[in-house]
Design a protein around this ligand. Structure first.
Ligand code: GTP
Ligand code: MG
Length: 157
């Protein structure tokens, strides 16, 4: 199953949109794999948007991304990268269709609420940047329910 990296940007967090955005992804059928509310350093913001380094708006973009908390997430589902971008909508919210996240919650390109990876390769890179090996599928994590299957402390066999 494919995974994609999604990040609610500082304007989305400030506007109280974490809940509505989680709801849209869950209603669509995506499964949440990782989520972290965090502030990011300039260096991480620059690495995240490295493909835009030469753009005139790069400095503004990085300052914006570091201006408050972001909510970093990994979502899983069939064709997750493309499907998430459809939910998110056009880069410029003024052109984003109603019903999409940017179409419903934003009007300006510089503050467009949310990021979604643009390819499977970008998703891998961004998941590594924000979650390290945690976001990789197939690595077992500790499951509290499994405790029941372990013998109680001190049990003699
Ligand atoms: P992301 O999911 O955030 O990567 O957006 P995108 O993939 O739809 O668009 P793209 O990667 O081309 O642009 C990255 C981000 O740069 C956009 O989401 C915008 O927030 C920002 N951006 C694009 N154009 C402008 C601009 O003219 N001015 C400013 N300030 N920001 C811009
Ligand atoms: Mg992009």
């Amino acid at each position: 199953m494919e995974r994609t990296f999604v990040m609610i940007k500082p304007d989305g967090v400030r506007k109280g949109l974490i809940g509505p955005i989680l709801t849209r992804f869950e209603q669509k059928g995506f499964k949440l794999q990782e989520m972290k509310l965090m502030r990011i350093e300039r260096d991480k913001a620059e690495q995240h948007y490295q493909e835009h380094r030469e753009k005139a708006f790069f400095g503004e973009l990085v300052s914006f991304l570091t201006s408050g908390q972001v909510c970093a997430m990994v979502w899983e589902g069939p064709n997750a990268v493309a499907a998430a971008r459809l939910l998110i909508g056009h880069t410029n919210p003024a052109n984003a269709a109603p019903g999409t996240i940017r179409g419903d919650f934003a009007l300006e390109v510089a503050e467009n609420i949310i990021h979604g990876s643009d390819s499977a390769e970008s998703a891998d890179r961004e998941m590594e940047l924000f979650f390290g090996t945690d976001a990789k599928p197939g690595i077992p994590s500790f499951d509290v329910d499994e405790l029941d299957s372990y013998p109680a402390h001190g049990t003699i066999h």
